[in-house]
Design a protein around this ligand. Structure first.
Ligand code: TMP
Length: 210
């Protein structure tokens, strides 16, 4: 049995990941691949409860260290009970955010040491890395405007512009360091053009086609 592929989707707020994931699923299905779609934090019943806690503005005072540990607690459950079994059974997994988000938000945004995140990453992932990461890059101001239009801001969306500038800078740093894994997608284009870039990237990097 060939192991499935793990594709992760990253970017700041309002970058259009959800729409693009749906479009990629449709396209992959036409190629004969029926992927499992999941998200972080979340993806299992327990991890979804951790997500609710993390996003709830009532927990504004949660410490940055507690936030980091909760993110990885959710990830450990998600990996063990959802992602790993799916990959082992040959299924492709599309995951809306993964550990790059931890480097960007808890590392960049909150200012936690990357070395601490690396330790937890080793402990929880035991070497597992996405086969491909699509990073949706959009100006912070337009992303935030889109996200805030959608609903009342959650605990992260309520952060200030400087926080999201640090998140974006961290994502760009990751993309530069891990260019073999991360594909940067310009998210300030029309939805169709973004979808075309996503397809081209997946076809080229994972399907051996253009
Ligand atoms: P979403 O808005 O893409 O659904 O993501 C939920 C929020 O969780 C988003 O504001 C980013 C944040 N987050 C982290 O802070 N660290 C993480 O490791 C992950 C996966 C998400």
């Amino acid at each position: 049995m060939t192991r499935g592929r793990l594709i992760t989707f990253e970017g700041g707020e309002g970058a259009g990941k959800t729409t693009q994931i749906k479009r990629l699923v449709d396209w992959l299905q036409r190629q004969g691949i029926d992927p499992l779609v999941t998200r972080e934090p979340g993806g299992t019943a327990a991890a979804e409860r951790i997500r609710a806690l993390l996003l709830d503005s009532a927990n504004a005072e949660l410490s940055a260290d507690a936030e980091l540990l909760l993110v990885f607690a959710a990830r450990a459950d998600h990996l063990a009970r959802c992602i790993e079994p799916a990959l082992a059974s040959g299924r492709w997994v599309l995951c809306d955010r993964f550990t790059d988000a931890t480097y960007a938000y808890q590392g960049g945004g909150r200012g936690l040491d990357w070395s601490r995140i690396e330790e937890l990453e080793r402990f929880v992932q035991r070497g597992l890395q996405p086969d491909l990461t699509l990073l949706f890059d959009l100006s912070v101001a337009s992303g935030l405007a889109r996200a805030r239009q959608r609903s009342t801001p959650d605990r992260f969306e309520a952060e200030d512009l400087a926080f999201f500038e640090r998140v974006q800078a961290a994502y760009r740093q990751i993309a530069a360091r891990a260019a073999d894994r991360v594909c940067v997608i310009r998210a300030d284009q029309a939805e169709e053009s973004v979808a075309a870039d996503v397809k081209a990237c997946v076809a080229q990097r994972l399907l051996d086609r253009c």
